[in-house]
Write a protein that binds this ligand. Structure first.
Ligand code: PMP
Length: 404
């Protein structure tokens, strides 16, 4: 089992006092805290190795280029991909925008359809709207059931020859439930439809295996995985990436350049124009090393304990509705309490040093589907404890008594 006290010692920020109370950080879906191991790796990168990559013959450039490619290799192993299938991006949003722009130049054309589930984050909606508008394609919606789940039969009914791509989160940042991606990719591939998985909320909590999922593309953000902001990953199957046209030109992505035309470098460099966030990539490798040192099995086991405790405790609060009701879930809980505004609850919790998020969580279509304007969201990580859940529930009960 995870030694949570020892783990917490690696995250100095968790010792912060807020309004005179010990911080309870339950906003991990927005961004996760960083262990000293990640901060040390960043510091060392700047103190000892800093140099631009891939362009120099000198020692430092060579070392930094090696570290950057080692980071790619580490990410590839973490998600069971090949090294050349891992592209570094600035984060989930940029990865989806880049993919949507590339596909709009190639796979998605006039009259085609992009299928989006009803639970998507705005970052997995708007880039596709833009891409569709550009080429004359349209968006189709994959509805969710009342319990927040996806129906595979419903998916099969909605697929036809026009649907070129399904973009879907593995775990919604509101519902926390794990979508059956393997079954979804199977149904889509039978129809010749590509699948892009938004792994922003799943990669930090699950063992990710792109071969097992058989997804064509997967995106995620480093900052939700305990690395720095400004770094993320776009995984793509090699044969697909090789067919995609790059949409951003510049240094580092070319082979031969004349004033009127150019040929491009191989995948993945073809998609990484300009100076990449190489220190961010090092931070991501350090975060992955850290999580592997704890062990994903132990992380998952501990989060299961937190899940059980959260479900039991929230269920005891009078008038509570928790959105998303799956057996397999990540520790992300969105809820409302009858008659109370989420924002008011969030403010009172903050007075007690408890950080939650309130609002629509960048998922307005999902809010519309649920018939609400917002929720309170408590999102946990492996460094959170059962005692913190108890403080949170005490805080909620206090909020209810004040607001009622
Ligand atoms: N998709 C999901 C499911 C998310 O939760 C988020 C972040 N809240 C994003 C996409 C966007 O991630 P980022 O802001 O790191 O680009």
């Amino acid at each position: 089992m995870l030694d949570v006290d020892r783990v917490r010692a690696d995250f100095p920020i968790l010792g912060t006092k807020v309004n005179g109370r010990s911080l309870v950080y339950f906003d991990n879906s927005a961004t996760a805290q960083k262990p000293v191991q990640v901060m040390d790796a960043v510091r060392e990168a700047y103190m000892v190795h800093n140099s631009n990559i891939h362009r120099g013959v000198h020692h430092l450039s060579d070392v930094m280029s090696g570290l950057y490619e080692d980071a790619r290799n580490k990410v590839a192993k973490f998600i069971n991909a090949r090294e050349e299938e891992v592209l570094f991006t600035a984060g989930t949003t940029q990865g989806i925008n880049m993919l949507a722009a590339c596909l709009a130049e190639s796979e998605i054309g006039k009259g085609d359809v992009v299928l989006l589930s009803e639970m998507e984050h705005h970052s997995n909606i708007i880039p596709w709207q833009m891409a569709c508008a550009k080429v004359g394609a349209s968006i189709r919606v994959l509805p969710i059931k009342d319990d927040g789940s996806i129906s595979i039969d419903g998916l099969s009914d909605i697929l036809d020859e026009k649907v070129k791509l399904l973009a879907i989160s593995q775990v919604s940042n509101v519902l926390g439930m794990v979508n059956p991606i393997k079954k979804i990719t199977q149904a889509c591939h039978e129809n010749g439809t590509l699948v892009m998985v938004d792994g922003a909320q799943s990669v930090p909590h699950l063992k990710t295996d792109v071969k097992e999922l058989d997804c064509d593309f997967l995106v995620f953000s480093g900052h939700k995985l305990h690395a720095e902001t400004g770094i993320g990953v776009l995984f793509g199957k090699k044969d697909l990436l090789e067919e995609l046209p790059p949409t951003q030109g510049g240094g580092g992505m070319v082979d031969k350049v004349t004033m009127t035309s150019s040929t491009y470098a191989e995948v993945p460099q073809r998609f990484e124009s300009g100076t990449p966030n190489y220190v961010g990539a090092i931070s991501l490798a350090a975060a992955i090393d850290y999580m592997m040192s704890l062990g994903m099995d132990d992380i998952i086991e501990h989060e299961k304990v937190l899940n059980g405790e959260m479900m039991r405790s929230l269920g005891r609060i009078e008038g509570v509705t928790v959105y998303g009701d799956g057996a397999e879930r990540c520790p992300i809980y969105s809820f409302n309490i009858r008659g109370l505004h989420p924002y008011d609850i969030g403010q009172i919790l903050d007075k007690m040093g408890i950080a939650v998020r309130t609002g629509n969580h960048c998922a307005q279509p999902l809010m519309a589907r649920l018939g609400i304007s917002g929720t309170v969201r408590a999102s946990l990580s492996f460094y959170n404890t059962v005692e913190e859940i108890s403080d949170f529930i005490d805080g909620l009960e206090k909020a209810v008594s004040i607001l009622e």
